[in-house]
Design a protein around this ligand. Sequence first.
Ligand SMILES: [Zn+2]
Length: 106
Amino acid sequence: MATWNKNDALVEVWRTWGETEANIVQGLLESSGVECAIQGESTRLTHGFTLDGLAEVRILVREEDRERALETIAEAGHMTECPDCGQPAGTDDRACRFCRAPLAVR
Ligand SMILES: [Zn+2]
């Protein structure tokens, strides 16, 4: 388990709606030495599910690890970058997870 200092500034590097994908990304990050924290709706709400039945999960890393984390996800082919907001987007996504801009399907 990652050990967090409460002064660590955490930034979101990935957002997903499935625990499976969150676990894949977590594994990727940990294998390249980036500690990450998973923050899910279901951890703080009893009925932590969105209307489509999937809990939203956020993956957080220390600010200083952000670049390495994004590179790791990109190298694994999971990620492209939103042309509008520059946030990471999944290669299969049709819309940006952050700003909702439509993404070209490749
Ligand atoms: Zn965007």
